[in-house]
Design a protein around this ligand. Sequence first.
Ligand code: GLU
Length: 471
Amino acid sequence: MTDDRIVTNGPRNGWNGQGVNADTKTASCPAPHSGKTPAPLPRADRGAKSPASDAGIAGNTGTSNTSNTSNIPGSSIAHASKTDASRLPSIATAPTLNSSETLDACRVGRLAPSPTGRMHIGNVYAALAAWLSVRAERPHTAADPNLPILPNHSGILRLRIEDIDTPRVRKDADRWIMDDLHWLGLDWDGDPVYQSDRFDLYDQALHDLCDAGLLYPCFCSRAEIRAASAPQEGDGYVIYPGTCARLDSTERDRRLAEKRRHSWRVHLPQEQLDFDDAVFGTQEFDLARQIGDTVLRRSDGLYAYQLAVVVDDLLMGVNDVVRGRDLLRSTALQLWIRDRMAECGWHSQPSIDTDLPAAAHHAHTATRTPHTANNFGNIPAPSAAIRFAHLPLIDDPSGKRLAKRDRALDLGVLREEGVTPESVIGYCAWLLRLRNTPEPISAHDLLKDFSWDPLRADHTDRACDPTALFA
Ligand code: GLU
């Protein structure tokens, strides 16, 4: 397996604007979100180091909501208050991080839970896989295979609370997630990063992409799009038919002047993008045909997942991404956007110093550095290649995708029933094909033999039978 991805077709450096109305570059770029970035909370409120997610297993297809039903962009958006994570106990193995250390030559993974409810088995399964992927990595400096693997001695694992979809955020869900991760023995490095603290970065990214002529306003309603498009390959994904990309500039400006409700879409070229996945092997996507022009800022003013995740993975130096296979298509899109952002001068500036205002400032100053040949900025090429592992999805016994709204297998219920962390981890290790039976085991004890090979050999979706956990 190779870690790198290749654009096999089409322009790699510089986007040629093919397909979108040639006047797009003249479109006024989006107004800022609400003019306000929420004030950073006092440090103690923004989280404890360590105890460490859910990473896109159930319900989240990564696609954005283009609903035209809410009101004025930005202004009415409430921000969920952050949990006082400092109340959480810290894990004994938490690393001592030196803020001046850079992340060159090391794996940087992330746990990226959406705080929309309590974690369920599918979320734990994804979090465990992301944790093992980074924690089982041997140190680059001491690549002796006989050395014991200890947690926190190799890769870096960040916790990012993906709370930009504010209507779906549940109060205290960030605290439940951190507490459950701690209970499971899954730790992370540095302070949690809250996406709701980073609206100014997303805004800057949106403007840079717009200035590069890559975006256009889309006035279509969801119903109009659905009526004009054919869903893709049975998975319900709807490819935008390009209606507003073909608007002439006079009509587009007229609608903007009338303040017609609109989202902002990125125009994807007819280009093939390939990447390698540790579980599903080589993936090839025809960007225009299989993904289509995608919303980066929703018509309700909220930044789309697809934009925020690219900004954050880039600026946080993430090079190890583990999440559900429902995001394979999003990976191709995100890689393409990431390359365009690099051309706009955005570089990876990973630092273990996770103080958010400092990181945001750092990133802002970094956005204006000239583009270099290495799209990954200051991470040296050997460690820069992003490693992806997409996981089979987990269904309930009736074959329905696990979702946070069905509390049946959430950790609140399991913990109340007296299920042990080892039982949950053992069950998830079995779902990950790391064990032949769902016997209890600690996360730490899985490190030694961790490999993607068994999952690669059998990556069909799997049904989850809760009775095994209560045995
Ligand atoms: N917050 C997303 C989820 O919980 C994670 C998506 C990702 O890993 O990029 O589904």
